[in-house]
Design a protein around this ligand. Sequence first.
Ligand code: AGP
Length: 619
Amino acid sequence: MCGIVGYVGPRPAAELLITGLRRLEYRGYDSAGIATLDDDCTLHRHRTVGEVDNLARTVAVGGAPGSTGIAHTRWATHGIPSDHNAHPHASSAGDVIVVQNGIVENYRELRAELQAFLDAENRSWQSDTDTEVIPELISRQLAAGRSFEDSLAYAVGRLRGANAIAAFHRRDPDRIYAARKGSAGGIVVGYGEGEMFIASDLPALLPHTTSVHHLEDGDIAAIDRDGVSVRRSGEPAFKPTPREVDLDPIAIARGPYRHFMLKEIHEQPRALSDTIRGRARLNPPNALPSDLNLSDATLREIERVLVIGMGTSLHAAMIGRWWIEQIAGIPADFDNASEFRFRAPLLGPSTLVVAVTQSGETIDTLGAMNHVRDRWGAPQVVITNVDGSEATRQADASIVMRCGPEVGVASTKTFVGSLAALYLLACRIGRAQGRLSQDDLTVHLEQLLTAPSLLERGVQRAERCSEIAQLFGSASNFLVLGRGIEYPLAMEAALKCKEISYVHAEGYAAGEMKHGPIALLDHQFPVIALAPRGPLFDKMTSAIQQVSARRAPVIAIGDEGDDELAELVDHFIGVPPAPPLLTPFSLTPVVQLLAYHIALARGLDIDQPRNLAKTVTVE
Ligand code: AGP
């Protein structure tokens, strides 16, 4: 979602800011903008719809001198994507420049309040955004004689909703400011030699520094070329101690792959091996032996597990529910975090809540976690790919996947990382509860250790997926059917098709198909059937027969060498046979590759699909 970068130092700011924006492109955006201030306090502001390249071209023509500046990629929430709605926004007096990530929920109320001032000065709003109230609030306080920091703190105090803000004062070319309220994606300060950076996320900082400080909820920061001073809820200002991060910039390069998504699909075997390394021990059998900060005594008390998440993470949660029931042997459920947080379900301290969020910053999931803590005090575990993310700070315990940075907006390797963590957690709970014997635990762990090779062989089916995509690339609809543990995967396959191929696709439980969706089927409506051999195979083949009887073309994904299935359907993709609980690992790469190749056949922008954001920090 929106990306923020800022710079103060001796170097020309514009090029650094634009490079920083490029490194945040993966978050998703629809327009971009930059504001720099030169030594004479002349403001240079440019805003363009579309890609950062457009902004770079505009800056090359118009110029943006100065060694202080802020820049932004916008993902529209209030007001269409347009030049005038793009950030940075300025106060009506032109003295305050602001970029923001988040939503000002009470912006109508604030606009109404500020309208009287604008009317009195015969000025008007310059955009349709909620953001514009922020520079206006700051500017009014400056006019009343308060310092910039006090004015920013006042403005932040007036905002409802989660927000991350960067700003500067038109008459102060030596300083930029940042503020964080709630969980709107965060702000990281980067320490250089005689220069300082800010950004929404680490990739924008890594070419310059690995020495960083994350702002916390409520922080107001003043940054000059020598460092940062932070004010937190009325306490005296302090200079934080930076910490070193060890993200490898090479890991976020695309390498020989045409798209990050393809690279990340291929990285899945390694991401899974890294995630389970040291966490699936066989002699003696042990799952998550050292890094789950919850005691066996706590896990023994648990009577129920609720797994929550959004999008792909919700699909992982659904599969996790299946494993917790089957492996741990205790009641489990899943819920969509954005719905759960506004329900009044009956939890209690004996329910373990497991939040799945690759970014650790999804506002719906964080909201649900807050809801759990405030209302029931139930223990919470987060499964995430980002150590130090907001979710890890809120949870009682974390399982951090080790997938490396995921740049493609469509989650792939973090999906399998989440699955691995859920599987291990199911094993650990089952053991702590005494419901899973040592021998059964050994079998489950041995099976999990085969998962990287299942993924590896699935990834090798790219060519076959490409052939199928050539045949069906122009279809307008897909139905994806699965049963049991493959049903959530059918939903994930459909989500991937929607996200990157912009094709309408529905994931359905195969048994549900005849209760309505079957009415849609005809010879132009391809159906993808997830049909590995397993306890529900016969029921899947019945559904396939029902589809074929309506002349809808069937693409089945089943066990390699399953000639009986191959003969039954129009097109067949074989995957390595897997134990019944492990089929999500054998099928996942193929459904991802199918969506990828359909998008490729349709000539779409795979790594930056329209309207989507990698980190969803607004409701
Ligand atoms: C997945 O491809 C999407 N990017 C989206 O559905 C995502 O899974 C969802 O927004 C949740 O994100 P999170 O895992 O960071 O919480």
